[in-house]
Ligand binder design. Structure first.
Ligand SMILES: [Fe+2]
Ligand SMILES: [Fe+2]
Length: 351
């Protein structure tokens, strides 16, 4: 957010803005030297050694959508609201739209997550502006992540355009997605000292969660081939990102003082749920657009996403991410453990 002097005073990107910190020369922007810093930094094994040969942006062709109808992108079984009787009873043309809008929502969410959230952190690591000192190789790998995520956003935007052209269904998308609104609210609530950590911790969570969700879908042959192939391309890249952000978490953990560390990890359960919870406001608007009454819409949402279903899905999807924090000793704190339990992300073990 730069270019016009004065217009972006107070810009939220300032923390990760490379221009801001390239003008400063504090030690936090210097790479860790060999033998310096935490063991995690010294032991960094780059997951990107074959990136130039294997990343999607360098290796894969553009994915072209076949001539499909609006209901042939995602099978109804993969679109949770499509399983509800009130949605199944919609006229066939509108039911097909429900499936198409699901594809749009997924692709748009991904594009915005990559561009507006993950890449801000990648940029901050690449330019040493994030306040965490990392090994030079880790910093260089952030440039590769930045390219990967930009390409993921591009192929999602490309598919949205192809779907619209092929099916004639207009996307109903929120210009200010739920995810970004929630992150802004959390940043606001925690105040200026912790706000920069909100986004970093969110990226660590989402980058270690996303590979599991993508791997699941990339093998599903009921998804239209171009979408399925793009999900597979994405999943292979995200496997590398997952390993990277686990390493980054360990380095960062070693550099936070105990108070800040506890404050940062206390945010994790809410951030995991921010990533996993369905976009209810977006779904509400969409369902109202098909002519369902407000009561019917609330019924569909309540019965499709009861708390226990959302919790069980979150616990399963986030298990690996929660394990990383456990391995770092985060659950030794009663307060942190209680926070994870409160969000239903841990099973209470009775001894
Ligand atoms: Fe990605
Ligand atoms: Fe990623």
């Amino acid at each position: 957010m730069c270019g016009v002097v004065g217009l972006f005073v107070g810009c939220s990107a300032v923390v990760t803005c490379p221009r801001d910190s390239l003008l400063r020369t504090d030690t936090a922007s210097q790479p860790l030297e060999e033998g310096e810093g935490e063991a995690g930094a010294q032991a960094y094994r780059s997951p990107f050694t074959t990136w130039f040969e294997r990343s999607a942006v360098r290796r894969t062709p553009r994915r072209i959508l076949d001539d499909v109808g609006p209901g042939e992108l995602f099978p109804a079984e993969l679109v949770p609201i499509a399983g509800h009787p009130l949605v199944r009873e919609l006229p066939p043309g509108e039911f097909a739209q429900v499936l198409t809008q699901h594809a749009y929502r997924y692709l748009d969410f991904t594009a915005k997550l990559e561009h507006l959230v993950v890449n801000r952190t990648a940029l901050g690591i690449a330019h040493g502006t994030i306040g965490v000192r990392v090994h030079e190789d880790m910093r260089f790998d952030a440039y590769k992540i930045y390219c990967d995520e930009a390409y993921h956003a591009l192929f999602c935007a490309d598919l949205i355009r192809q779907i619209e052209r092929t099916t004639g269904v207009r996307p109903r998308l929120d210009r200010h997605p739920y995810l970004l609104r929630r992150l802004a609210e959390i940043r606001e609530r925690v105040g200026p000292r912790l706000a920069p950590l909100v986004e970093i911790m969110f990226v660590i969570c989402s980058e270690t969660l996303i590979s599991a969700t993508l791997a699941e879908s990339s093998a599903d042959t009921r998804i239209a081939p171009a979408i399925r192939e793009s999900i597979r391309d994405h999943a292979l890249d995200e496997g590398r990102h997952h390993a990277y952000f686990v390493a980054f978490l360990r380095v960062m953990w070693g550099q936070l003082d105990p108070t800040l560390r506890e404050q940062a990890v206390a945010l994790v359960p809410e951030l995991i749920m921010t990533f996993i919870r369905p976009d209810l406001p977006g779904l509400r608007d969409e369902l109202l657009g098909y002519g369902l009454t407000p009561d019917q819409v609330e019924q569909v949402l309540a019965e499709t996403y009861p708390d226990h279903v959302v919790s069980a899905y979150a616990r399963e999807t986030a298990a690996q991410t929660v394990r990383y924090f456990t391995e770092l000793g985060a659950m030794d704190s009663e307060r942190i453990r209680a926070e994870f339990l409160r969000h239903d992300l841990l099973k209470e073990v009775l001894v």
